[in-house]
Every structure is written in C-alpha cells, then in structure tokens.
Design a protein around this ligand. Structure first.
Ligand code: GLC
Length: 545
C-alpha cells in the first residue's frame, strides 16, 4: 500500500496567487488566472500545489497578515472562484495545500479590533497582553533591521501586545481554548472545501509559551500540535501538515511527533543551508553530516526539500565562516543580503550556469524526502533587487513575450509587482512559451526530472545511506525499497571526477543509467568507475547480474 503516504512520492509546487496569473486584468493574480494555468501545472507533472495565503488581508506581509480566515481577498476573486479552482485541480489529480497562518492575525482582524477595547471584551484574551513594557520587549526579533520590538503599546487597550513578527501581526493566544476551537473551525472549513493539507506557518512560534519576560525560557507545547493533528486526521484521514519549523535537528523528532502526533512533513531548512554551503565550497562534508543529523525513522515523517522559497535564503544555522563563504559566492553585495542571515535572490542568478542549476535541482529531487519547487524556478527566473526585502524574489510569472510577460493585461504601473523586463532574465527571452518550444530548455529538463522522481519511489519511501566515494566534492546516496536499489551521485565541483565503487550492493550489480541509454557492468574484479562531468549528476538503478 505505498499509496498510503501519498506525500512521500509527490512533487510540491509553491506559488503565490498574487504573482502567478491575472485572469481579470486588474494587475493582481487571481483564482481565475490560476485555474486557466492548471494545464500547465499538470503538464509540468506536479502533484501538489501549495498556495500562499489568499484570504482578505491588508497585505503588508505578502498576505501573511490575515484579516478574515473564511474568505478570499477580493483582489484574488470570490469564494466561488476558489471552489471552482479546487474542483478543476482535483479533476486533474492535483492536490492543494494551503498556508495555515495561526501564530498571528492582522491587526485589522475584527478579533484584534475587539480585543483592543479592553479587558472586559470577550476577544481580549485572544491575544497576548502586558500592562507594563516587558523587559524583553526588544528581544526575539525575526526581521532585524526592519522590525524593532516584539511588544508594542496599543493606545486603545492601554496595554502592550506581543508580536513575534511585524507589529501589525499580533500573536494569537493559542492557550485560550476559545482560540483553539476557532482554529479547529478554520481547519475544518478548508478540509470541507477539499484541501489536502496545510503548510503550517511559523510552527515553533505557535507552540511557544508567551508572556512578558518569557522569550528566554519559552517552552514548546507539543500538545497544541497534537491537538491540531488529531482534529485534522479525524476529519480527513489522508490530509497532511507540512510545517515551517526551522529548528535544530535534535528537536525535529518532537515536531514530527514520536507517537505519530505531530507534523507529517517539515521543510528541511537545516539541509538547505548546508546544501548551499556545499555548492559554494564544492565540498560536501558538512552537507553529509547535516543529512545524517536530520535522519528520521518515524514511519510517517518526511522532509520537504527545497532550494528557494518566497522568503530569504536563511543561513542562520551555519557557522560564521560557512555563512561568509556562501555570502561570498551567492550574495556578495550588501544589497543581496537580508536580516543579517540570508540572501534575497532567486536560484538561477545565484548559481549562474545551467549545469549548476541542474545539479542543484537534481539534488533536490533526489535527497531523502519530498521535493518542493518554487514557481518560476523551472524556467530559471531572476530576481529584482530594487524591490523591498523579500519582494525581490516575488516578481510575476513570465508566461510569454507579450506585455507584462503575459501575466496581466493591466497597465504596467498597475501590476502588483513589476515583471522582470531587463537584463539576462527578462521576459521577452525567458518565458514559458519559449521554453515549451525548445527541447533543450530548463523547463523541459525540469519536466523530465519531475517524471523521473515520480518513477523512482525508492527515494521517497526507501531507506537511505551515504555512499563513501573518497571525493569530498561528490555526494553519493543509496536508496533501498522493497528489494530495489537506486544510487545517485552529484559532483559539486566544476572539474570532472571519476568515483570508484568497490563496496556495497552497487559494486556487484549492473548500473542502469536512468537518464541515458547506458548500462555499466562491473569490472573483472567487481566494482565500478563512475564518470561524473563538471557539476555532473547521475541516477542509476541496480540490475542484478
Ligand atoms: C513565515 C512566512 C513569511 C512570513 C512570516 C510571518 O515565516 O514564510 O513569509 O513573513 O511567516 O507570517
């Protein structure tokens, strides 16, 4: 029953409605536009769409500031458009997961507006307050350089309220049973509309105990996660929680839930950082350790592997030296860096050459876990550093060489974000329509790797081991599932390398190349010499001889 854990052999595609496709010509992407592009996504071969927040919002944090959980922001269409989209996606066998932003609401949410009215208001305890300015009001900042504090005075309430993120995002008090009940209702509502699960925003911050002076010794209340999971699974047996939890590897087990009561999936932020370190240093030693450190044997647990997402590339878990190495290679200018820890660039401009982009993508598709793509990376889209903070990586999808890259019929100045119109990544050259018709395009290459990953269930479901190659620049992985074995090699350096395989099952078997009509036979004394080009990558299935 390998279909049981469907998320283990799926490819997830993340997109923000706002910048994907504008169906009504007002300059902002919407459900009608997205629905019209479902054929494209089906053709690409993705199994799951992860939709960024689309609910009503003042939109001061890319929609992560929700002012009504039960609606669709008017810029994106109507609840009817959403239901229609769900139907059309499900018709094509595409599952939809949506963001569940429950750490905070927008300060414009009616709950907060009520809460501000004072201690007697029933909504007051839906948020976290303090009469005096807490001693740690300037600590625990998530967006250094932009955010100044975590407690802000509200004149109406005459109290300070807690906000882990920007000050317009007051934290919900999830200790309050009334809040928990409402969050259940939110989950139930979207399950009833057919979503297959949730990308849970900011998990550690949802679970931490809150209050004045608590930041330092905040405890993580896993019972809250168990409660959400119980509710979810009772209502839909195969729905999943994919958590955004950039935590230390030793914490991961708890978030996955040892008794099976936590997140089904978590983004592997840890491996992501070491992956970029390996790309920068051409040395996979630290990446291998990171993979071992994040090994998990819980049956339902699965990592989500990604290269880039809608935020900065967070390098906060590297050593200072490692981080500087990555900055030097991929974000040397101050303008490319963000929050003292990350890089606000897209994948293609960072990696530059096509072989290196392929290497990175091939790796993402073959690491232990499930691949999560980011819209536009299948084309090698660029970034716009003239935009604020993380908006640099949130420019509209480039569909064609028509005005606004085919994203919208609106006047250029009405667009939600400018389309990239100049330089090497400009839409007149770099767009879906061109790449569809070019057999060698990155888009067509990506389609093949998506399919290959699907046809290699050993990766998503199997046991994995590192293969010792004696070459620091090479990462070798072996997957075993139901008697089948797949081995994958990636060469992070720009010089060709031949690896010698003397031990392990691969030394005795024929190696069937999964991307070329080549079958390697073991030498007379057994073993193989596997040739990897500069930034080369090869996937093999073992064939017994
Ligand atoms: C998550 C989102 C990020 C957002 C933050 C606050 O980290 O990925 O985009 O700003 O939560 O909701």
């Amino acid at each position: 029953m390998i279909d049981d854990y469907w998320y283990k052999n799926a490819t997830i595609y993340s997109l923000d409605l706002e910048t994907f496709m504008d169906g009504n010509g007002d300059g902002v992407g919407d459900f009608r536009g997205l629905s019209a592009r479902l054929d494209y996504l089906q053709g690409l071969g993705v199994d799951v769409i992860w939709l960024a927040p689309f609910q009503p919002t003042p939109n001061r944090d890319n929609g992560y500031d929700i002012s009504d959980y039960y609606g669709v922001d008017h810029r994106h269409g109507t609840p009817g458009d959403f239901a229609e989209f769900m139907d059309l996606a499900n018709d094509r066998g595409i599952k939809v997961i949506i963001d569940l932003v429950i750490n905070h609401t927008s300060d414009q949410h009616p709950w907060f507006q009520e809460a501000r009215k004072g201690k007697d208001n029933p909504y007051h305890d839906w948020y976290v307050w303090s009469d005096k300015k807490p001693s740690d009001a300037e600590d625990g900042i998530i967006f250094p350089g932009v955010q100044e504090r975590t407690w802000t005075y509200d004149r109406k309430a005459q109290q300070y309220y807690f906000h882990r993120f920007y000050e317009f995002q007051p934290d919900l008090n999830v200790s309050n049973p009334a809040v928990r009940e409402e969050l259940h209702r939110v989950i139930g509502y979207y399950l009833a509309l057919g979503v297959a699960g949730f990308r849970v925003d900011a998990v550690p911050f949802v679970l931490e105990t809150q209050g004045p002076g608590k930041l330092d010794e905040a405890e993580i209340r896993f019972e809250i996660l168990e409660d959400l999971r119980r509710f979810l699974q009772w209502h839909r047996g195969d729905a999943i929680l994919l958590g955004e939890a950039n935590v230390a590897p030793r914490q991961a087990k708890k978030y996955f839930g040892e008794g099976g009561g936590g997140l089904h999936m978590m983004f592997n932020f840890y491996v992501n950082q070491f992956l970029f370190h390996a790309l920068a240093s051409e040395d996979t030693t630290a990446l291998r350790e990171a993979l071992e450190d994040t090994r998990t044997d819980l049956p339902m647990a699965q990592w989500g592997n990604f290269l880039r997402n809608h935020d900065e590339l967070d390098l906060g878990r590297l050593t200072e030296e490692q981080r500087q190495q990555v900055f030097a290679h991929f974000g040397p200018e101050k303008d490319m860096q963000l929050y003292d820890r990350g890089i606000r660039r897209r994948l293609a401009p960072m990696l530059g050459e096509r072989p290196r982009i392929e290497l990175a993508y091939s790796l993402m598709f073959s690491l232990p876990g499930t691949p999560v793509m980011r819209y536009g990376d299948e084309l090698g889209m660029g970034d716009d550093l003239s935009l604020n903070e993380r908006d640099a990586v949130r420019t509209p999808m480039q569909w064609s060489d028509e005005a606004n890259g085919g994203f919208s019929r609106a006047a250029e100045k009405q667009l939600v974000h400018p389309v990239i119109g100049d330089g090497a990544y400009a839409y007149p050259l770099l767009n879906v329509e061109n790449q569809m018709r070019d057999a060698d395009s990155l888009l067509n290459w990506t389609k093949k790797i998506v399919r290959l990953r699907k046809e290699t269930p050993e990766i998503g479901y199997g046991e994995w081991e590192l293969i010792e190659t004696k070459e620091p620049a090479v990462l070798g992985l072996r997957y075993t599932f139901r008697g089948k074995v797949v081995v994958v090699f990636h060469n992070f350096s720009n010089r060709p390398i031949v690896v010698t395989l003397k031990k392990g099952p691969e030394a005795e078997a024929n190696l069937l190349d999964l991307r070329e009509v080549i079958e390697l036979e073991p030498g007379e004394k057994g073993g193989h010499q596997v040739r990897l080009g500069s930034y080369g990558y090869r996937w093999f299935r073992l064939r017994k001889v």
